[in-house]
Design a binder for this molecule. Structure first.
Ligand code: F6R
Length: 361
């Protein structure tokens, strides 16, 4: 059941500290600064040359996030919408690792993307929540995100657990491909270890309700971010449109001047995500939308005060490692979407036209 919550979505948002503890348990060895995934013996990926990530929807946003994590580690990686990949697969060979990211493990587009590389020599890895799902049978290897069952149609805790698992996997791939332990790993594993507590702090202290109350009458919302803040912006907008039925659009803050700025007025709240890298550039974009009188909601670290004078609201996230900060920013946006949809009395757990798993292409 819903365990006293009004909706499964809210229950699953609040389950995130527990889900994340399950995700990282036994997988991060802070003593020697190494990430360990029990399913993948050390060295399993030492001959990987490039990585394709295939996924849809929220899982695609986790895949985009991982593309940045891998690029930061000097690994060639690209995220693809699996529904596009299957119909026009880019070249793969025995140096390619194809990672399919899917909460359900049953998404038809993602299964067909994996089938499209069979016989090319590419290796395949499933990253999923559901034990024994079709995807785990189609891929050579599987890593579970261990988020626990997700009932609400809108994916919440699965995104957090996917990204946490992809952080560990990126570290593992980097250890295999480059050898040794990167100097930054210790900090990162420490930030991962406190991530469940950091999420709990957001759940306890979030001011998302005042944001939802201030703006739920608007008809259009924009979400902007850079780097890992870009997939988080896309995810914030996807969640918002799925459950409020209002128009919401996410894009890279870098894209703003190249078109979307034409739509920004005093009627379009803009959510700006700051993740501790390139924040000055994103602040510049905030000043641009501010000059068009758009309301600004910043999502920013406790210690980042440069934005305070330019934002109507600041949703705070604990200071942490850059790679982890996007998970925290996304939790604030989950709360905003949920609370805005609740103000509008939408059927949050079963949005119109949507199904939990999309088993046709
Ligand atoms: C978003 C959502 C969908 C799924 C997408 C992929 O809240 O639920 O966009 O993320 O259909 O599903 P999985 O991860 O099961 O492959």
């Amino acid at each position: 059941g819903k365990g006293g919550y009004d909706h499964y979505m809210l229950k699953e948002i609040y389950e995130q500290p527990t889900a994340l503890r399950q995700t990282i348990r036994g997988r991060s060895n802070q003593l020697d600064g190494r990430a360990e995934l029990e399913e993948l013996p050390p060295g399993a990926f030492s001959d990987v040359e490039s990585i394709h990530l295939v996924a849809m929807g929220t899982s695609y946003h986790a895949a985009m996030y991982a593309q940045t994590l891998l690029a930061d580690r000097g690994i060639t990686a690209q995220a693809f919408l699996s529904g596009e990949y299957g119909s026009n697969p880019p070249p793969t060979d025995d140096g390619t690792l194809v990672i399919a990211v899917s909460q359900s493990g049953e998404t038809a587009d993602t299964l067909s993307a994996i089938r499209s590389v069979q016989g090319t020599g590419a290796r395949t890895l499933a990253l999923t929540n559901v034990v024994g799902s079709t995807l785990t049978r189609e891929c050579e290897d599987t890593v579970y995100i261990r988020a626990g069952p997700e009932i609400g149609v809108a994916a919440t805790k699965s995104f957090s657990a996917q990204v946490a698992t992809l952080i560990l996997l990126s570290e593992r791939l980097s250890q295999d491909i480059h050898g040794g332990t990167p100097a930054a790993t210790g900090d990162l594993l420490e930030s991962l270890a406190v991530l469940p507590d950091d999420v709990q702090r957001i759940l306890d202290e979030s001011t998302a309700k005042s944001v939802a109350q201030a703006y739920h009458d608007s008809e259009s919302y924009f979400f902007i971010g850079r780097d890992i803040g870009h997939p988080v912006a896309l995810e914030g907008a996807l969640k918002f449109k799925e459950i409020t039925y209002d128009h919401a659009e996410g894009f890279s803050a870098a894209e703003l001047k190249h078109g979307p700025l034409a739509l920004v007025t005093e009627q379009t709240p803009v959510f700006a995500i700051f993740t501790g890298r390139n924040d000055t550039k994103t602040l510049h974009n905030v000043k641009e939308v501010r000059a068009r009188d758009a309301p600004v909601v910043a999502v920013a670290a406790d210690g980042y005060h440069e934005v305070d004078d330019y934002a109507d609201h600041v949703l705070r996230i604990p200071d942490t490692h850059h790679d982890v900060s996007g998970i925290l920013a996304n939790v604030q946006l989950q709360l905003v979407s949920y609370l805005a949809a609740d103000e509008l009395s939408r059927p949050i757990d079963k949005p119109r036209n949507l199904a939990k798993s999309v088993t046709v292409e």
